[in-house]
Write a protein that binds this ligand. Structure first.
Ligand SMILES: [Zn+2]
Length: 365
């Protein structure tokens, strides 16, 4: 694990301290939204927000971490590195851009080394109008009983049943069934919830506070766990809208625009999803021209990621297991969403820095 000088951390508490210290060193005030529950080591949890730039800036760039809890080990490092980067801060300021750092969208999952919120909600499936009918994921119904078996590690019988499903339907269909999001099984995987999660309400408040005076808003939300190791896939995060996608392609897509992938046309390693967090910007900041992406860094093969998430869910159902076994599962989950090598961290920071600069250029144009 990295040391104190690294922007990366080995716990939520350390990550939060580094974020607060970096904001303080940059002369920024931090707004804290306390979370109702304690962290894994009993520490307080919060969504912390630092704004670098005037409150009435016409252009706003949001950089957020830990939408999926444990993925914050990566995203927090990106944020701390940016806050410590005086050249980056000057560049954004010179372009008239305020940068909003939202640290730990889902602090509970970050601290407890899990992907979901304390409500067991996948925050990036939770942004629905809950007065309307929720999407039905029929394929999930079939795999749900297999995903979280009574024993962990799973029995041979269970592993064979999953292998049969994979052989019959293929890995892509399995991924879509599992990760597409579901609203029926509160104790299942990729559960989108039946009401807005704490983090959903908190981030909406942040957007209302900081986003209503900006004419143009860009949002980079850092994720991990999909795609080739160390490669930051730039996944378009906006409505299925040609103008918005064209902007994202021009800013982040490289010479041919192919550097941006989309869940709408099958170019992304991600399945087609609904209830995504970016939809909140249309609700809360309707005046703004919005452009956004998820920066999704690869770690391990997706089947390993799913195995870790199955273990995470099993642990949630069995809080009584010995500490040693729980720690081993948390270690497995962390390894699926964060690669603890200098090479991986350097790849992460280099690509993030490039994406930030491109966003600043795009917003300023
Ligand atoms: Zn994620």
């Amino acid at each position: 694990m990295p040391g104190d000088h690294s922007p990366f951390s080995s716990s939520y508490a350390q990550a939060r301290r580094k974020f607060l210290e970096a904001a303080d060193a940059a002369g920024l005030r931090v707004e804290t939204r306390p979370h109702p529950l304690p962290g894994l080591e009993g520490e307080p949890l919060a969504m912390d927000v630092a704004r670098d730039g005037p409150p009435d800036a016409a252009r706003l760039l949001i950089l957020s971490s830990a939408c999926h809890g444990v993925e914050g080990f990566c995203g927090s490092g990106v944020q701390v590195a940016a806050l410590r980067d005086t050249a980056w801060r000057r560049r954004a300021a010179d372009a008239g851009i305020a940068v909003l750092y939202v640290h730990a969208l889902n602090p509970y999952g970050f601290s407890h080394i899990g992907r979901t919120t304390h409500e067991n909600v996948d925050l990036n499936r939770n942004f629905h109008d809950f007065s309307q009918a929720l999407p039905v994921n029929a394929a999930y119904r079939e795999v749900h009983p297999l995903l979280v078996p009574p024993d962990w590690p799973p029995s041979q019988e269970n592993e064979q049943a999953i292998a049969r499903y994979l052989a019959e339907h293929g890995e892509r269909a399995y991924q879509a069934a599992v990760s597409g999001g579901q609203y029926e099984y509160a104790d299942g995987l990729f559960y989108g919830g039946r009401a807005p999660a704490w983090s959903n309400l908190a981030v909406r408040e942040v957007l209302r506070t900081h986003g209503r005076r900006a004419g143009r808003i860009a949002w980079i939300d850092v994720h991990t766990g999909l795609g080739p190791s160390g490669v930051g896939e730039r996944i378009f995060a906006g409505r299925d809208d040609a103008a918005c996608l064209a902007r994202a392609r021009a800013w982040w897509g490289g010479p041919q625009g192919k550097g941006i992938t989309s869940i709408y046309d099958g170019t992304s390693t991600s399945a087609l999803l609904t209830g995504l967090m970016f939809t909140s910007i249309y609700d809360e900041c309707p005046q703004a021209e919005y452009t956004g992406m998820a920066l999704e860094y690869g770690t391990v093969p997706v089947m390993e990621t799913f195995q870790a998430l199955r273990a995470e869910q099993w642990l949630r159902r069995h809080p009584e297991v010995p500490r040693e076994k729980a720690d081993a599962i948390r270690k497995q989950v962390l390894a699926a969403f964060y690669t603890d090598t200098d090479a991986w961290r350097e790849q992460v920071l280099g690509q993030a820095r490039e994406a930030l600069e491109q966003a600043a250029d795009g917003l300023a144009a």
